[in-house]
Ligand binder design. Structure first.
Ligand code: 13P
Length: 250
């Protein structure tokens, strides 16, 4: 039985006070909710204050990225020990915005995943195809390449503990959600790839989240698919009521 995860990726949004207001709204709205892990990924200027507020809460904190070195002359990066230091338990890795705007490759994703695991941060590894790739019927090839590159050299035990997020690039921030059938098809594919590369036990345990224009109105149907174990939410995670609606729908 896989415990579902609803994670909010706040991206480049919210001052410290806006972040605290948002996280308070989520925290106090969750009193009657169980059986789901809730994660928030604030900006680096707000993460420490948000994590302090959540210290005694069941809501976990995530970095939006993590660098592979622990410390040193690496301007503008964040490391796994620094994320652990503020109280984070997760790190989003290889988000399509990192790939698109910052040139992130599968090899870099792999180094980040290994650094996160070394310091007991749970990686949320993002994969997904662009619209052109979907139209060219390249979904399987793209996802396979991203997974084999990003997860290279990991053990089955490590795979079982991490989280994969399928985020079709054409569905991110566009209002165009993958249909539950489209999403389930790729989630099943991802689980099959994990099974053939790392074994059935790892495939049964790994949690696979869907991301891309998830909102309360579409989350129930998406989350009821057998291979969808939760959501990585962007825009709708910036409003406490919407985020709570998605969590409660699961
Ligand atoms: P939206 O929910 O805004 O489409 O963003 C999805 C996403 O990129 C989460 O990481």
């Amino acid at each position: 039985m896989r415990t579902p995860i609803i994670a909010g990726n706040w991206k480049l949004n919210n001052t410290i006070s806006e972040s605290l207001e948002l996280v308070k709204g989520i925290h106090y709205g969750l009193t009657d909710v169980s059986g789901v892990e809730v994660v928030v990924a604030p900006t680096y200027t707000a993460i420490s204050k948000v994590a302090d507020f959540l210290k005694d809460s069941a809501i976990a904190v995530s970095g939006q990225d993590v660098f592979w070195e622990d410390s040193g002359a690496f301007t503008a990066t964040i490391s796994a020990p620094l994320l652990k230091d503020v109280g984070a338990d997760y790190a989003i890795i290889g988000h399509s915005e990192r790939r698109q705007y910052f040139g992130e490759t599968d090899e870099m994703v792999n180094k980040r995943v290994k650094a996160a695991l070394k310091h007991n941060l749970i990686p949320i590894v993002c994969v997904g195809e662009t619209l052109e790739e979907r139209e060219a019927e390249q979904v399987e090839k793209v996802v396979n390449t991203q997974l084999s590159g990003g997860l290279a050299g990991l053990t089955s035990e490590e795979i079982a503990e991490l989280v994969i997020a399928y985020e079709p690039v054409w569905a991110i921030g566009t209002g165009k959600t993958a249909s539950p059938e489209q999403a389930e098809e790729v989630h099943q594919l991802i689980r099959n790839i994990v099974a053939s590369d790392f074994g059935q036990e790892a495939a049964d345990k790994v949690r696979i989240l869907y991301g891309g224009s998830v909102k309360p109105a579409n989350s129930k149907e998406l989350m009821s698919q057998p291979n969808i174990d939760g959501a990585l939410v962007g825009g709708a995670s910036l409003k406490a009521d919407d985020f709570l609606g998605i969590i409660k729908n699961i």
